[in-house]
Design a protein around this ligand. Structure first.
Ligand SMILES: [Zn+2]
Length: 346
């Protein structure tokens, strides 16, 4: 039995567009997927893809759906209407809410995918009941999201939570962003694979297990393969994950100094390593924490909602946004111009 008003969530990733019909408990009632259009195609093609996925979900039932939420990788303006920049798509200052609003007759809210994910974990996942939550997603890079006092923190320009490019090592490894020593060069899936390949290419005798898994070809190595080897007990893979975990802990100590969350939720592909990653992360976090011994420590846990966090969170943020709109409308009608013009009481 579905609970509460329903909303559609759409998660636009680098390869897939995943959409789902989500109820008020975060349960996904129906799902559909499309391939993400290539970045050379026009914004209109991306809109078509979103509209067709949403219409498929709406067409299959008679439930009342109150809003559509979009979670997109990239910079989304704080007005939740405009995608400023999306690395996988042709969107540049794309007025997505307006474009979709003409074709889907309901309120539309656009968010960054990491904001959608942290909201989903806050409402229904590993951060349930936690008012101050920071999520760190370890994928190819590092993404993040912030919930403080039970609200998503988007920043003045919508770009809060881009933790991956905080500098942790002066003059460190060169990053795609053009700077050096960014956190994601030390604590991401890409960092894990880079270090494992470097060891293999150096002909280190200790990498035999990883060598077998990729038939002797370092270029075949992936993050999930290293994680799998670590879970099977391979000492080197465990050491590599431990190193990623230690860098994760160092960066989180900085985030704790700035944001003081009660819980860190760790998501993304690398988080599948579980305690092999989180154990070393907790140790490094404790060692690095400002005022350690004199302050309560944030807990560090793995995300629970996996790949669906983006679409569940986008749907729920849209549902909450639509309720706020309805509330504001009702307040407008209730007051009216005469009441609005009345001198303030007291
Ligand atoms: Zn960078």
């Amino acid at each position: 039995m579905a609970e509460g008003p329903l909303a559609v969530g759409v998660d636009i990733g680098g390869t897939k567009v995943a959409a789902g019909l989500v109820d008020g408990t975060g349960a996904v009632l129906r799902r559909t997927r499309r391939d993400t259009p290539h970045r050379s195609t026009s914004p209109r093609v991306v809109e078509d893809t979103i509209v067709s996925a949403v219409e498929e979900l709406l067409g299959a039932g008679s439930e009342e759906v109150v809003a559509v939420g979009i979670g997109a990788a990239g910079f989304v303006a704080a007005d939740r209407a405009t995608v400023v920049f999306a690395p996988h798509l042709s969107w540049r200052n794309e007025p997505l809410r307006a474009a979709l609003g003409e074709r889907l007759a309901m309120p539309i809210f656009v968010d960054n995918d990491a904001n959608a994910s942290v909201w989903a974990e806050h409402r229904f996942g590993a951060g349930r009941g936690e008012s101050h939550l920071v999520m760190v997603n370890l994928g190819t890079g590092i993404g993040g999201g912030i919930v403080l006092d039970g609200r998503v923190v988007r920043g003045r320009f919508g770009i809060a939570g881009e933790f991956g490019h905080m500098q942790v090592v002066p003059d460190g490894i060169r990053c795609e962003c053009g700077n050096r020593g960014c956190w994601e060069q030390y604590a991401s899936g890409n960092a894990l694979v880079r270090e494992a390949r470097a060891l293999m290419s150096a002909g280190s005798p200790v990498v035999s297990d990883l060598f077998e898994r990729v038939g002797g070809d370092p270029s075949e190595l992936t993050g999930p393969l290293v994680t799998e080897a670590a879970r099977d007990g391979d000492a080197l893979a465990r050491e590599l994950l431990g190193e990623i975990g230690r860098w994760l802990g160092v960066g989180m100590a900085d985030l704790a100094a700035a944001l003081d969350p009660g819980t860190f939720v760790i998501g993304g592909g690398v988080s599948a390593a579980g305690e092999l990653l989180l154990g070393p992360a907790r140790e490094a976090f404790r060692r690095q924490l400002t005022g350690r011994g004199y302050r309560p420590e944030a807990t560090i846990v793995a995300a629970q909602l996996g790949n669906e966090a983006g679409l569940v969170g986008a749907a729920d943020l849209a549902r909450v946004g639509a309720a706020d709109l309805a509330w504001a409308d009702a307040a407008d009608h209730a007051s009216g111009p005469a009441a609005g013009d009345a001198p303030p009481a007291g």
